[in-house]
Design a protein around this ligand. Structure first.
Ligand SMILES: [Zn+2]
Length: 569
């Protein structure tokens, strides 16, 4: 027996079996029972939500002579012929496929002929928005003067691309994303039929990743089932879906809770070294925190959803305050918005990790109970968070892989280097100041609190005078964030003052622009030394001598290792 994908094997054959689209199936069943059938239907909704399955069941119900309360019998010759796709009166056309054009042309020629064996001719046109203009027009003509005993079922994932003149001639049904619970229940039924043991949490992991698509859920299940030994464990589901393991989530959140930035960052880098996606990481962490919150208020619910709870999870749920957890979710959600616009996803996640691990509630939480105004804002925040979590559960996050990859060139974090300011510093900068700064730099970093350390760790001093210093950052986003952080600048100044006896003003440059800025400064500086510009192009002994002054000044500024003399003619 050849292998059949689960979603084919377990395709719904009755309206009652369609998962998560009760409104649609009840309405269609009523139409059959009351014999109020329209000549054209439009099924819209995301992929994998049951549009084509429903269309087939409807085609059977229209033609079955042994209806059972509006459901096709699935036993008679007509039902089985339709199920097996071997009756020409029920025709499925995939507008997205290559032969879609030919099939529509064929449809135009044959649509006027009455059905051969069935009562109704049913044309199911999948991805109807993909039809060419001429095919659309042909279809429109047919819909304007519908032949008797012909029923069209148009299905689409992108209804906005279907001509309004077509939409208005159909009866429209909107298929919703399928809820997590519904998907889990369906997976559970299938595994029972297959006689495969499972951990319930594994099903939740698959359902979450499927984002409301039953077809996706079933193909993930297919993959998972093919490599497990006897039980579908949550570890296996995590591996297949690229989700984080429970152990990793526990460790990460524990480090955050203990405000151990270094451990949290280490775990983060381990997570990425295993090839996890930033998007999935954030989703998993939001759901983890959602579960913590749930466990505080409705422990039983989480117990069912997550299966066995770990000691770390219980500890966190007990010791973290609800307000802390809300704040975590908010930070994680903000990071989700930010990574959409950037390809520096790992940098953003490092920043969010630092924010999470250094985040602290001020004493306002005590006041809050008394202060109704604050309480209202908290309530509002709560409802916002609830909708975030709900959307996430439904898989209605704004992100898609395509968007993440295609937006790779749109890194919005463009830091504008303060050229003039940097040149000013360089005029009075000396090698001695820079050396002093470099010597204390490791101690300086160690003296900072976790938040400031995370901001300064990726930077290095490149020039210094007695009042200012230029620090280079590898990442634009960090340069920008640090530059806007006045508190950071003050702390940096104060901390250095204790070590080198003066508090240099922090001026930020990006590592990529620094060599260019340095070069333009030296060129300008050449003029300041009153070198005759025309001499520069004519090599003379005296010019070489004057150039030696510049070289000397440059070495004084940046050190010998930094200065390379290039002669140009
Ligand atoms: Zn039948």
């Amino acid at each position: 027996m050849s292998y059949q994908a689960l979603y084919r094997t377990f395709r719904s054959q009755r309206f009652d079996e369609i998962v998560g689209q009760r409104a649609v199936s009840v309405t269609l069943k009523q139409a059959i029972l009351q014999e109020k059938v329209s000549h054209a239907y439009l099924f819209t909704g995301p992929r994998g939500t049951g549009k084509t399955s429903t269309a087939r069941i409807f085609a059977k119900a229209l033609n079955c002579h042994h209806l059972q309360n509006g459901e096709p019998c699935n036993q008679c010759e007509m039902c089985t012929a339709i199920t097996e796709g071997r009756i020409e009166d029920v025709l499925e056309i995939d507008a997205a496929s290559n032969n879609g054009v030919d099939e529509i042309r064929n449809l135009r020629d044959t649509v006027r002929y009455p059905p051969v064996l069935a009562d109704y001719k049913v044309y199911i046109i999948d991805e109807v928005h993909m039809l060419s203009t001429s095919a659309f027009n042909a279809l429109l003509k047919t819909l304007e003067e519908p032949p008797a005993k012909v029923i069209f079922i148009l299905a689409t994932t992108q209804v906005h691309k279907v001509l309004p003149t077509i939409v208005s001639r159909t009866q429209r049904f909107d298929f919703k994303r399928i809820g997590i619970e519904d998907i889990v229940q369906h997976l559970e039924d299938i595994l029972a039929k297959l006689n495969i043991k499972f951990e319930k949490e594994a099903l939740f992991i698959i359902a979450r990743v499927a984002e409301g698509s039953m077809r996706d859920a079933l193909s993930i299940l297919d993959q998972a089932v093919s490599f497990i030994e006897d039980t579908l464990t949550s570890e296996a589901a995590m591996m297949i879906t690229g989700s984080l393991t429970k152990d990793m989530m526990d460790k990460y959140m524990l480090a955050v809770y203990e405000k151990n930035v270094e451990v949290a960052l280490k775990i983060l880098s381990k997570i990425f070294s295993q090839g996890k996606e930033a998007r999935r990481f954030l989703e998993d962490m939001i759901l983890y925190n959602r579960d913590l919150l749930m466990h505080k208020h409705a422990a039983q619910f989480v117990l069912e959803a997550r299966g066995v709870l770990t000691d770390t999870f219980k500890k966190l749920a007990t010791e973290l305050s609800s307000k802390d957890i809300y704040a975590y979710i908010k930070l994680l959600n903000e990071a989700q918005q930010e990574i959409r616009l950037s390809n520096l996803t790992s940098t953003y996640l490092e920043i969010v990790t630092v924010k999470l691990a250094t985040f602290s509630q001020d004493s306002s939480s005590v006041q809050l109970e008394k202060d109704n105004k604050d309480f209202d804002s908290l309530r509002e925040e709560l409802s916002q968070l609830r909708s975030i979590v709900e959307n996430l559960q439904k898989g209605q996050t704004d992100f898609s892989k395509e968007r993440l990859t295609t937006s790779s060139s749109t890194d919005k974090a463009d830091y504008k280097n303060p050229t003039e300011q940097i040149h000013q510093v360089l005029l009075s900068a000396t090698k001695a100041h820079l050396t002093a700064l470099k010597e204390v730099w490791p101690d300086f970093l160690a003296s900072l609190d976790a938040r400031c350390k995370a901001m300064m760790k990726a930077s290095k001093p490149v020039a210094a005078s007695d009042t200012q210093m230029v620090v280079a950052y590898d990442y634009d986003i960090l340069a920008m964030t640090a530059n806007q952080d006045e508190a950071l600048k003050q702390i940096v100044g104060e901390s250095l003052d204790k070590m080198i006896g003066f508090a240099p003003n922090l001026i930020i440059v990006t590592s990529s622009e620094w060599p260019k800025l340095r070069r333009t400064f030296i060129e300008k500086n050449r003029e300041k030394l009153q070198l005759d510009k025309t001499d520069v192009t004519q090599k003379t002994a005296s010019e070489d001598h004057k150039n030696a002054d510049i070289v000397e000044k440059a070495i004084d500024l940046f050190g010998k290792d930094m200065v390379k003399v290039i002669r140009t003619c």
